[in-house]
Design a protein around this ligand. Sequence first.
Ligand code: AR6
Length: 489
Amino acid sequence: AAQVFSCSLGAAVSDLRRAPACCRPLPVLRATEDHTVLIRTDLLHPGKVPVPFPCPEERRDRWDDTHVKMPCSQHNLFPVDPTDAILKYNASHAKHWSFTALHSYCTGLQEAESAQLFNDLLPSMARLALRASSLFTQPIPLLTAQRCGSITLSQDQVSCLLANAFFCTFPRRNSRRTEFSNYPDINFSRLFEGSSRAKQEKLKTLLCYFERVTKRRPDGLLTYTRQSLQSLPSWSSSEQQFSRLHISSSGTIEEQGHGMLQVDFANRFVGGGVTGSGLVQEEIRFLINPELIAARLFTEALEDNECLIITGAEQFSRYSGYANTYRWAGNHDDQTPRDEWLRRHTEIVAIDALQYRSFLQQFQPDCLRRELNKAFCGFVRPGTPAECMSAVATGNWGCGVFGGDTRLKAVLQMMAAAEAGRDLMYFTFGDVDLLRDVHRIHTLFTHTQATVGSVFSLLLEYYECVCKKTGRGKPEETLYSFLTERLDR
Ligand code: AR6
């Protein structure tokens, strides 16, 4: 019902920066010690499918602790023909895996659709999966904890990784008791189980992607960057003033936030339940932009001072609904322009909030600092001038499944954005009261010329004077009335 009264407040949308308009020229794309480039940069041409680097004769294979273990590796002891049934390949798991969702999907198809799936799409996907050895001529490094690192590869290569994920061919990735226990699941085995309608819709969304990339090979690049910050702001002494805020009760991060830094309300295992049963903000984004799922192959669980930035993911599907009401709504033709590295101008950042057991816990100084640092890590781009950074498109981060308080999180994100030198575009997802309250508090911050440090001190004071005196549940005095009373003096 709230959607009916959709409205927006704050800075004019046209005053917020977006890519590509705000971007400065990129440096030449080349591999460095912490940037692996899996394609020939000298042969990059718009409209041409990138060529893997190095050439097949110089192919390098690794089977160690710092690289992805590939199905095509000569060290892989499993049978290497994924056209075999998934179960034959994973014989030891056959007992536990269920294919209920896949079965219902197939039996629900019309005859022509079914013929198309079995005679055309699945064989094409198997062929795509089998191209791994020619598409990956150097090992893919793992983006391990506490190390900055980037991987640039082609959308074509990513499609091959995802086809392998579909057929569950990644070795050492089917059990939590392996060296990959601190990595997200990549094989799709759990996608095929269960009987919910939502699962069917997830399958449709992913098969739409495979349909597209097997019909026509995508020709762009993507970069996955793990950013670990070794030095973090001293929040209580920050002199930064608040940046601009545009807030809207309608619209979504992915649609209205085009060209901005788009926040993924992540799990520390990026992608969360996308290959299982999850279906909220992060999972939906990973389904409609499936190239994000590849990050699960090489991104170790995020720690408190870390984020994952993905540049260039293309949107292949549209959707309607949310969670249980999620529905695949057909193809999406992504017209986002490309940068000089042939990546779509879509920058998504995965930041994982903390999950709270009680309302009061999130006001503890350690929790405040942790969330500020996490958001700051996601927003800051060391070395990039403020005028070259787009606004951040975000919303109720950590406030759905993770149970955080929207009003506190909005303030924390405003503080992190100010410290990082960026404006904010905030989507309240239909909540008009929240829109009004957040706009009011932001106006108060700017009118009183409050600094990030002064607001941080007030948050600490609210914890000391109000939260600590509240036994359980929610404090009688709300955070915003406390802040208003103190700042209005
Ligand atoms: N644009 C703007 N706002 C949105 C959108 C959207 N597209 N979608 C949802 N919201 P949630 P969390 C709003 O619960 O609490 C996943 O499993 C909406 O108000 O996804 O950080 C992850 O993998 C919604 O209630 O984020 C993690 O495990 C709110 O954003 C976990 O959920 C929060 O969305 C993270 O949970």
